[in-house]
Write a protein that binds this ligand. Structure first.
Ligand code: HEM
Length: 160
């Protein structure tokens, strides 16, 4: 069969494009990063699957938390001009808003950090760059989550 005939699927080839078959195999495209002898044999179990699922589920919950947050902070009761120390103190007097803000903090940080972990794994080519960028990312993430959690639970409206 010449390279311009109609294929068995009945779909005509793009003009000028090669039709690949047993006698005319498509060229192999190499993987962007090849496995070498140093590549660990064992995988990390189902961690990446769990991380993938977490991004979707946390994203759905974040839509509710973030849009609710924006509406309360920026739209209702006179908009952003009402936001100040007294407003925050009033909101955090309620366990409901403490838990809301805590969930938003944890989910946004873990979602954002996991997303950046993916970006680093995809784009930082040298193993040392990947290691250092992720070390920085994890340090910043843990630090921010700890500080934020501490602030939500130890906030004192009577501070002078
Ligand atoms: C508001 C609701 C949000 C939804 C529905 C959402 C949804 C998603 C989904 C489904 C992914 C995975 C994309 C993929 O695997 O190709 C993703 C990736 C990501 N998200 Fe979110 N997200 C939200 C909020 C946030 C927030 C608040 C942050 C930052 C703190 C964030 C940072 C990221 C980053 C850095 C990535 C990785 C991007 C990439 O892989 O190219 N997202 N998001």
């Amino acid at each position: 069969m010449s390279t311009t005939e109609t294929t068995a699927s009945g779909v005509g080839p793009v003009e000028g494009a090669a039709v690949y078959n047993v006698d005319n195999p498509a060229p192999l495209i190499e993987a962007p990063r090849k496995r070498t002898k140093k590549t660990p044999k064992s995988t990390r179990g189902n961690f990446e699957l769990a991380a993938w699922l977490f991004m979707r589920l946390s994203g759905i919950v974040l839509v509710v938390l973030v849009i609710g947050h924006l509406v309360i902070q920026l739209v209702l009761d006179g908009g952003v001009s009402k936001v100040g120390f007294a407003f925050v103190a009033g909101r955090w007097a309620s366990p409901w808003w403490q838990v809301w803000d805590l969930a938003m903090l944890w989910l946004a940080m873990l979602h954002g950090a996991n997303g950046l972990r993916t970006v680093i794994n995809d784009y930082a080519e040298r193993p040392a760059s990947r290691m250092w960028l992720k070390a920085l990312l994890y340090t910043a993430t843990v630090w921010t989550i700890l500080l934020g959690t501490l602030v939500i639970f130890t906030f004192d409206p009577n501070i002078r």
